[in-house]
Ligand binder design. Structure first.
Ligand code: NIG
Ligand code: FE
Length: 398
């Protein structure tokens, strides 16, 4: 068993059920195997003769709770159209958008999709990200969704980060559905979902409940079936319009509503009694030139906030959770503490992972040593990584 001690000028413990980052100045963390064995002020550290290292700022490994990481192809042509004034929903209606990535994913082999995903996740880890939620939703038929989800499983054996697979069963309507959203949604629940669930390919289901996507009526059976089977639910909600997705999330006990730029205060208040977190995706707002969500109303409702990258080729062409943190603070007005908690302990909790996202005795030793003086600097850089060392389960991985 290896034990190592890390001295930190500043350590963020991000404890569960708190609202601040739990900073300790001149701190130490002892890592014993895969776990954190001791944490505290350097002055109270017991004698130690194992390997030691020094860092400026130390945090828990970052957790990206919303990505569409297993994608293929590129949407650069669409980006040019968007910059010239075309809007996302119009592009989608004319066969672009999600369906164009569907074509690329269907055409890609399982192995190539896995390779591309592995590279992407490794780049995320270089930025300090040690847990990544990854959605399907670009296959849009059984073979395609199965290929994406099995690529996530294959990739998870090849990367250091933990991957959490989500079946995004209702993302867009594939061309072969011939415009019949009701029939497609039924087929997803009756045929695609059970086949994937039987293989143990996902932990969460997701649905895009929005104006140009799926209705509450279309999404509800998938959510209810998944909950009955013991899976968690995450929902894309209110990215363009509030069509009742947040209320659906409340009734099915969803783990998260994601985006939520267009969710009004009563709908947010209805979530107050639940354990549903709000996953904020500011990179997508920036790309779509959309409004900020009503963060003040979310705070009034006592909702716990998560910040994620939304990594996808259409609305968030980035792999950087630190970029999302910078934008959450700059565009959405999150406090630095909210942003950091939203990418650590709250993000992990939204994924049902309570062993990480905080630096405490017995927690998994997923840690980032930052070449930065303070977390207020962590939410500023948009450029190269400032993670000088990343540990996953006690092992240095970058
Ligand atoms: O989170 N809004 C739906 N899904 C993604 C975009 C996916 C895509 O455009 O490929 C999102 O923004
Ligand atoms: Fe998304």
């Amino acid at each position: 068993v290896t034990i190592a001690r890390i001295f930190a000028e500043r350590l963020l413990t991000t404890p569960p059920l708190a609202s601040d980052v739990g900073a300790i100045e001149r701190a130490y963390v002892d890592v014993d195997g895969e776990l954190i064995a001791r944490v505290g002020e350097e002055s109270s550290a017991p004698p130690f003769d194992g390997p030691t290292t020094r860092a400026r700022l130390v945090t828990a490994g970052l957790v990206d709770a919303h990505t569409h990481a297993p994608w293929a192809g590129s949407r650069h042509a669409e980006f040019a159209l968007k910059m010239a004034g075309a809007d996302y929903e119009t592009i989608a209606k004319s066969g672009g958008g999600i369906v164009s990535t569907m074509r690329a994913v269907r055409a890609q082999s399982h192995d190539d999709l896995t390779r591309e995903l592995v590279s992407r996740v490794r780049r995320m880890t270089l930025l300090g990200v040690t847990t990544v939620e990854a959605k399907s939703g670009y296959g849009l038929d059984l073979a395609g969704e199965e290929k994406q989800l099995s690529a996530i499983h294959a990739a998870s054996r090849l990367v250091d980060a933990t991957l959490v697979p989500t079946f995004l069963g209702l993302h867009a309507l594939p061309p072969e559905a011939a415009g019949d959203r009701d029939a497609y949604a039924r087929r997803v629940v009756d045929e695609v979902y059970p086949a994937l669930a039987a293989q143990g390919l996902f932990r969460f289901v997701d649905a895009y409940v929005d104006r140009a996507a799926f209705s509450v009526e279309q999404a509800r059976p998938l959510c209810e079936r998944a909950r009955a089977d013991g899976f968690g639910v995450r929902l894309h909600v209110g990215q363009f319009a509030d069509v009742g997705g947040a209320a659906l999330a409340a009734t099915v006990g969803a783990a998260s509503i994601d985006h939520a730029e267009h969710v009004d205060e009563p709908a947010l208040a209805a979530l107050a009694a639940t354990d549903t977190r709000v996953v904020l995706l500011p990179v997508a707002s920036l790309t779509l030139r959309g409004p900020a969500p009503d963060v003040a109303a979310m705070r009034r409702a006592g909702l716990r906030l998560v910040v994620a990258s939304d990594a996808n080729p259409g609305t968030a062409p980035t792999e950087s959770l630190p970029l999302a943190l910078a934008l959450a603070v700059r565009l959405y007005g999150l406090s630095v503490d909210e942003a950091i908690r939203g990418a650590t302990v709250e993000a992990a909790a939204s994924l049902g992972l309570f062993d990480r996202g905080h630096v405490s005795v017995g927690a998994r030793a997923d840690l980032v040593l930052w070449d930065l003086p303070h977390e207020a600097a962590l939410v500023q850089p948009w450029g190269t990584s400032r993670a000088s060392r990343v540990l996953v389960a006690g092992r240095t991985v970058s």
